[in-house]
Design a protein around this ligand. Structure first.
Ligand SMILES: [Zn+2]
Length: 259
């Protein structure tokens, strides 16, 4: 492995959704937490990389029509300006220039914009696509088949485990299963900054680090807790910072441009 780095990481806002702390973290309280749903674009010498794709454009105009009852349950707030392609343009990028899309998992608040990038190459952990097409009944509302159907002929690469995407140490896709079967996180190294891990939904709240608490909605809570422990170890050893994507404090704290 040669040492390389990305040139820039930009966090882009998306929808917000709300759930009770107790649903997001075993042992949590009753308060409703309004969570950001960001996406990220990374400038790498090999091309532009998108991490996650937010909610489907239809959710901005007809949330109940596209998502059904879960739209009300999640109190989703979304506008056309917050759709991932509009955000890319707003940040000075052309959506058609996205060469790679890294997919943390296929829940409806992460996979809704995949179809907007028909010419990109998609990286995902093995197991996630199969599960998303035919999830267990208890998880079915969190996956939208219409997010996935237009992408069936896309260039999907299914990975077996941790993968150094460009073989230069700049982007490490980490297998952190539990929230879903193929959940992953992305470690990003930008120039000489300390690496930062974008968590997907490996955990939803910083507070989960305290007791390695999984989330009520996790597919496999034992695996989820082990994945939280893995990211906590990285953080505690000082090897990386961890950006918990849905945590409102992390959204407020981390710089939205690292370069
Ligand atoms: Zn999720």
């Amino acid at each position: 492995m040669t040492k390389g780095s990305a040139n820039r990481l930009v966090a882009m806002p998306g929808a917000t959704v709300s759930m009770r702390e107790s649903e997001l973290m075993v042992g949590g309280g009753d308060r409703l937490i309004e969570m950001p749903v960001p996406t990220y674009v990374i400038e790498h010498p090999k091309g532009l990389v998108l991490f996650d794709s937010g909610c489907n454009p239809s959710v901005a105009t007809d949330p109940q029509g596209y998502w059904g009852h879960i739209a009300d349950y999640l109190h989703v707030r979304f506008t056309p300006e917050l759709v991932v392609d509009a955000q890319l343009r707003q940040h000075g990028y052309r959506p058609e220039d996205i060469r790679y899309v890294v997919v943390s998992h296929l829940h409806l608040d992460h996979a809704g914009g995949l179809a907007l990038f028909p010419n990109a190459r998609f990286f995902i952990m093995r197991g996630e696509l199969n599960y998303a097409y035919w999830p267990e009944k208890r998880h079915r509302a969190a996956f939208k088949i219409n997010d996935l159907m237009p992408t069936r002929r896309f260039d999907w690469i299914e990975l077996e485990g941790d993968t150094d995407l460009f073989d230069d140490g700049s982007l490490l896709m980490m297998k952190t299963p539990g929230h879903t079967p193929g959940e992953s996180s992305l470690l990003v190294r930008v120039r000489d900054h300390q690496p930062i891990v974008l968590t997907g939904d490996t955990l939803h709240l910083r507070g989960q680090f305290n007791h390695l608490a999984p989330s009520e909605t996790d597919f496999d809570r034992v695996a989820a807790s082990a994945s939280v422990a893995r990211l906590k170890d990285l953080r505690d050893r000082g090897e990386a910072r961890v950006w918990v994507m849905h945590d409102p404090e992390d959204w407020a704290t981390y710089p939205h441009v690292i370069e």
